[in-house]
Design a binder for this molecule. Structure first.
Ligand SMILES: C[S@@+](CC[C@H](N)C(=O)[O-])C[C@H]1O[C@@H](n2cnc3c(N)ncnc32)[C@H](O)[C@@H]1O
Length: 246
């Protein structure tokens, strides 16, 4: 079956990623990248059960604000003087005092609306996203898959320009695709997940194909390892991706 059919056969909860919570060590890495400290007001948009807020407040001494529209999740957050919890849609949130924001959403409507909101925040506010940069913006700092954008935003001249900053390279070969896919899987996967290798393979192939379609792959031909993984996916998992290559 085509990969699109495979993805649409997965449960909604997996596709929306609503239940995915970042690992504590991934959050620590994000806070180090952003230089979170006692003078910061950290906002986590879609904070879930709030492990980020505890780490930001207790380990980094920051004030932390968590926003989530799921009451059941936020009711599990341990109360702490430096933590504020808001039961709200992030679209309606007042972010004017934020200095560092963690924003990990893939819904394009939400991203579009939030980009407008972020653009009007005071100068020097840092917005961290995961894997995808903010649309049309060049990240100021990259520790893949964590991308930091600072206001006022630097506009990207093109998608190519943006991808080159995210991948920190002139072109994408198999090794670059694999390394980035693996870093992403490790950052968002569960520590004992048995599916990590499968996800890394899928992600590697998608990174390479997207790069190829944008004219950013190092070679016109499909590299041998990418070819081999495309065949493994097809023969052993019945997932076909070749049609995505333009
Ligand atoms: C941080 S998002 C991550 C979603 C996913 N990983 C993705 O890439 O889109 C997940 C959390 O956001 C919350 N959430 C989703 N939509 C929301 C909204 N419009 N306002 C506030 N919280 C929201 C969910 O309840 C969940 O705890």
């Amino acid at each position: 079956m085509k990969i699109e059919e495979y993805i649409s056969s997965l449960p909604d909860s997996i596709i929306s990623g609503q239940e995915v919570q970042l690992l504590d060590d991934s959050l620590r890495e994000i806070f180090k990248l952003a230089g979170l400290g006692a003078n910061d007001i950290f906002y986590h948009l879609g904070c879930g059960t709030g492990n980020s807020l505890q780490i930001a407040a207790k380990e980094f001494g920051a004030r932390a604000v968590g926003i989530d529209n799921d009451l059941e999740k936020i009711s599990q957050i341990e109360k702490e003087p430096r933590i504020t919890i808001l039961h709200q849609d992030i679209i309606d949130a007042d972010l004017s005092d934020a200095t560092i924001i963690l924003f990990w959403f893939s819904d394009e409507t939400i991203i579009g609306k939030m980009l407008e909101k972020f653009s009007s925040l005071k100068s020097g506010c840092k917005i961290v996203t995961i894997f995808d940069p903010l649309p049309g913006v060049i990240p100021n700092k990259v520790s893949f898959p964590y991308l930091l954008h600072q206001t006022p935003f630097t506009p990207a001249k093109s998608l190519k320009d943006q991808l080159m900053t995210v991948f920190e390279t002139e072109c994408i070969d198999f090794t670059t695709a694999w390394e980035h896919a693996e870093r992403y899987t490790k950052a968002v996967g569960s520590p004992d997940s048995g599916n990590d290798r499968f996800l890394t393979i899928l992600q590697t192939i998608m990174i390479w194909i997207n790069a190829k379609n944008l004219g950013l792959s190092c070679t016109q031909e499909i590299p041998a390892p990418v070819k081999a993984y495309i065949e493994i996916l097809d023969n052993f998992f019945n997932i076909e991706v070749r049609h995505l290559i333009k």
